[in-house]
Ligand binder design. Structure first.
Ligand code: 5GP
Length: 183
C-alpha cells in the first residue's frame, strides 16, 4: 500500500487496504445474495462515489438475473456537508414490484439516504434495501441505519476507492483518511 498522499494541498494517510476492502465486499455480497437469492433485483448505484464499490459488489453478489441502474445526487462540496440534498436524477427504469438495492459510497448525516429511499419508495418497488461501503454513525442527523455496511468508521473525511476530494482521488485502490493536525 502506498504511503501518504496529497490532494489539493491536503494530506491523506492510508486507512483501509484493498485486501480489507475485498474481504468486506465479499461479506456484504454474501449477505445480499442470501437475502435476494430468489429475486431479480435492481441494483441502483449512486454516482459518482459508489461506482467502484458497486462494480465490485454487484459482480461478487453473483445473482445473474439482475439489472443495474445509476442515479446521481450531490450534497457535498469540499470537505464539509452543505446540508442541502438535491434532486435525484437519472432513474429511468420502472421499479414497480422490483426488489431494489441502493448502493452508496458513504452515509454521513444520512440525509441523502433518507431522501433517496423516499424517492425510490414512491416508485412502488416491492422492497428497498440500502448498502453502503462506509457508515459514519457519529455524524448521523437522521438515525438512518443502512441494511448492509462494509465498514463503520469515525466521522473523518475519506478519500479513494471511488470517493473524491473535488473530483480527485476516485481512482485510488485503497481508502485514505485525512491526516489529523497536519492540514
Ligand atoms: P450525507 O447525506 O449522508 O450527509 O452524505 C452522503 C454523501 O456525502 C456521500 O454520498 C458522499 O458523496 C459525501 N460524503 C460524506 N462523507 C464523505 C467523506 O468522508 N468523503 C467523501 N469523499 N465524501 C463524503
Amino acid at each position: 500500500m502506498e504511503n501518504k498522499i496529497k490532494v489539493n494541498g491536503l494530506t491523506f494517510v492510508p486507512f483501509i487496504t484493498r485486501s480489507q476492502i475485498a474481504e468486506q465486499v465479499k461479506r456484504v455480497a454474501a449477505e445480499i445474495r442470501r437475502d435476494l437469492a430468489d429475486s431479480q433485483p435492481v441494483f441502483i448505484c449512486v454516482l459518482k462515489g459508489a461506482f467502484v464499490f458497486a462494480a465490485d459488489l454487484i459482480r461478487e453478489i453473483g445473482i445473474n438475473d439482475c439489472t443495474c441502474s445509476f442515479v446521481r445526487y450531490a450534497s457535498y462540496e469540499g470537505t464539509s456537508t452543505t446540508g442541502n440534498v438535491r434532486q435525484l436524477v437519472g432513474l429511468t427504469d420502472d421499479l414497480e414490484g422490483r426488489d431494489v438495492v441502493i448502493i452508496e459510497d458513504i452515509v454521513d448525516t444520512g440525509l441523502t439516504a433518507v431522501k433517496m429511499i423516499s424517492d425510490i419508495r414512491a416508485m412502488n418497488p416491492r422492497s428497498v434495501r440500502f448498502a453502503t461501503l462506509l457508515h459514519k454513525p457519529a455524524s448521523s442527523r437522521t438515525g438512518f441505519e443502512p441494511d448492509y455496511i462494509a465498514f463503520t468508521i469515525e466521522p473523518k473525511f475519506i478519500l479513494g476507492y471511488g470517493l473524491d476530494l473535488d473530483g480527485k482521488g476516485r481512482n485510488l485502490h485503497d481508502i485514505y483518511v485525512i491526516e489529523e493536525g497536519n492540514n
